[in-house]
Design a protein around this ligand. Sequence first.
Ligand code: AKB
Length: 319
Amino acid sequence: MKVDRVLVTGAGGQLGTVLVKTLRKLKGVENVLATDLHIKPEDKGLIFPLDATNEEAVAEMVLGNKITQIYHLAAILSAKGEEDPLLTWNTNLKSLFAILEVARKYNLDKIFFPSSIAVFGASAPKENTPQDAYLDPTTVYGTSKAAGEQWANYYFKKYKVDVRSLRYPGIIGYQSLPGGGTTDYAVEIYHKAVNKEPYICYLKEDTTLPMIYMNDAVRATLELMEAPAEKIKTRTSYNLNALSFTPSQVVESIKKWYPNFKVTYKEDYREAIAQSWPSSILDTQAQEDWQWQPHYLLDDISNEMITELKKKYNLHSQL
Ligand code: AKB
């Protein structure tokens, strides 16, 4: 039987950290090669340096390790991306081209490319945004993802590269910290709550955004990647829905565990980005094509986040 040999780029990031662990459990540690541009001291020996924008370096890594699949997670996210738009465009697209070209030239089995709700802008319906809504993103990150989706589709149609993609909402998990996203508040707020510190939220209290719990996000990714190729009808990127909430709804949920938790609101430039995104997403195609169903609601997320972060910070008392 053919063994999957997996390369992950951006492995030290929020999703990569958890996806790599899950893939290693499923496919064997020796079959999952985790890479990132910068290696944190705690990741030395577990994650290896790779500049994913360098096609030659990607090809060498793929050939040298008999790689058959790539999860290409490396990217600069929405909020950070606005600091240096050209760097964001170059990093996000150049790395995608390197991965797609290597996949085409060396006939790789499958590629995963993450997209985002950031592909939507003012022309898309704000609520229940459908799969085929018009894409006019407001951030360079969203623009790079919208273009990336078209390139993924092009490589599938023209070269039969089996690229699969999800439009992730904001991801919430206890295992890793997000970096540079507009939805990061929904992770930071739990860290503050368990440490009994007040939180200053950079979004307005009633700004609704689509979100997903890490376990659901990882499961969605693997279910999409394991689905038979003929079931994957969307070759740009699938809308992925789990739940939607506002900062004040998270606070209300957290207060079930920490009634004295204090949050103040001081919006910054990320509020405008959030305002340009859908407040909820329709994912009918993902449900139909590969039977996607989320499991975690807001209080389930709060329960697990608080329980796990307390362990992480070595906190034992409840209040
Ligand atoms: C971000 O906020 O930039 C990301 C995303 C929704 O793609 N979390």
